[in-house]
Design a protein around this ligand. Structure first.
Ligand SMILES: [Zn+2]
Length: 427
């Protein structure tokens, strides 16, 4: 991802409801107002239908007041409300005209709005219809604002809108570092007390915003900058409790922009989006693939992404083994590796992993040896390794056994009689 440009003077942030900007964007607004830029808020509704158990005639004024206080917490003084009915917002000419009038009056170079995607994330809940209506109307009103023949009654045209920033998009392309202003952003969300109380439960604005913004931004920003010069790959742990699909995509996109090739830790602990994220990103490898469904298998089969299976992990953790047969029969390229690490599998023995692949995952010995050599090389995008032939590296082992099948037939027995690396015999 690229950082958002900070070379403008005036922005208008347009959303449907009080609190929409406070779920993240406000921390960026605080940064910009702190740099001396002007930001005005424009709300299509007063959010009067947003609090269960509180009648609109009470909730409306309360939420308007909360929005003004939240805006003040991030340095925004100008807050206006268009007064549309909360929950019933329609994309259409009246909304476009009102937005155009506001843009012509406020003359922004940048217009900020929030996601008008149909869903939050690819598999998340449906985005509010008011958000979808506002987002679309904002896009069109930005064009209308510059056209003297559209809404001439709404003031003289303003041709100066240069960019539209869309917050909380499913496909983020840009970021803003809010580490210095996240506290103001949190204060801004906390100002919506009646609304947050209405949500009930134990929602914590601090934790929500820090989790949502802080860590992924850190990974995609300073952390990546520090690591990228020393790395070839960007590897994201996409799993419940680690990075979600959207976050994983952001990490991979940031890594790709820094010249790193993608790979993904996918579907080890349970079903999830990891495999799909890996395939969509063109990852060299989706590692683990312990839990895969039909769509995952189909996606892998039609892709250049290798499914790297790590049977030593299942051996060590007593989890079920991945369904290697199903992957192979579907035409997926399969690799086997040890995943040697002190947490979930502390073996570095490839012969053991081959034996497990054959015994526990029902691979043939031929498939297992191929996956442990040529498959691994493909997962690392190393055409020079993993096979013997002219131009290859000549890394090889010689077995003291009548056939390679003995790797599976005599598990735990040392069979290696010789090792060559790069054509030179090591032992
Ligand atoms: Zn909203």
């Amino acid at each position: 991802m690229e950082p958002l440009a900070e070379d403008w003077d005036r922005a208008v942030a347009v959303v449907a409801h009080p609190d929409d900007l406070e779920y993240g964007a406000a921390a960026a607004v605080a940064r910009w107002t702190g740099q001396g830029r002007q930001v005005a808020y424009l709300l299509a509704t007063r959010g009067e239908a947003g609090i269960a158990g509180m009648a609109p005639d009470r909730a409306g004024p309360l939420r308007e007041e909360e929005e003004r206080r939240g805006a003040a917490a991030v340095g925004v003084g100008e807050v206006s409300f268009l007064g549309y009915a909360d929950g019933l917002l329609e994309y259409g000419i009246p909304l476009r005209r009102d937005l155009t009038a506001a843009f012509r009056r406020l003359q922004p170079q940048v217009v900020i709005t929030m996601s008008f995607d149909l869903t939050w994330g690819d598999e998340g809940p449906v985005n509010h219809s008011d958000h979808r209506a506002v987002g679309l109307a904002v896009l069109d009103a930005c064009r209308d604002t510059a056209n003297e023949w559209v809404f001439p009654e709404a003031g003289p045209p303003w041709p100066g809108i240069r960019d539209i920033y869309v917050g909380a998009s499913n496909r983020p392309t840009h970021f803003t570092d809010v580490s210095a202003t996240i506290d103001a952003g949190i204060a801004s969300l906390r100002a919506h007390r009646a609304y947050l109380d209405g949500l009930g439960g134990d929602f914590d604005p601090d934790q929500f915003l820090r989790d949502a913004a802080g860590y992924v931004d850190l990974v995609c920003g300073a952390m990546l900058d520090a690591c990228a010069p020393h790395a070839r790959w960007v590897d994201v742990f996409c799993e419940r409790g680690a990075f979600g699909a959207d976050e994983a995509r952001a990490v991979l996109a940031a890594g790709a922009a820094a010249g790193l090739l993608p790979r993904v830790h996918a579907n080890q602990l349970g079903p999830g989006p990891g495999v799909q994220v890996a395939v969509a990103a063109g990852a060299a490898s989706a590692d683990h693939c312990t839990y895969t469904d039909d769509a995952d298998v189909a996606a892998l089969a039609g892709s250049g992404t290798v499914a790297t299976l790590l049977p030593g992990v299942e051996f060590s953790t007593r989890q079920p083994y991945p369904d290697a047969r199903r992957l192979l029969d579907a035409g997926v390229t399969v690799a086997i590796a040890t995943d040697c690490n002190p947490g979930s599998c502390f073996t570095s023995s490839m012969p053991l992993c081959i034996a497990l692949a054959v015994r526990e995952m029902r691979m043939t010995t031929r498939e297992a040896v191929w996956a442990a050599t040529a498959g691994g090389a493909r997962a690392l995008r190393r055409p020079d390794a993993g096979h013997l032939g002219a131009g290859a590296r000549a890394d090889l082992v010689m077995l003291d056994a009548p056939s390679h099948a003995y790797l599976a037939y005599r598990p735990g027995v040392p069979l290696i009689a010789g090792v060559w690396r790069d054509g030179a015999r090591l032992r």
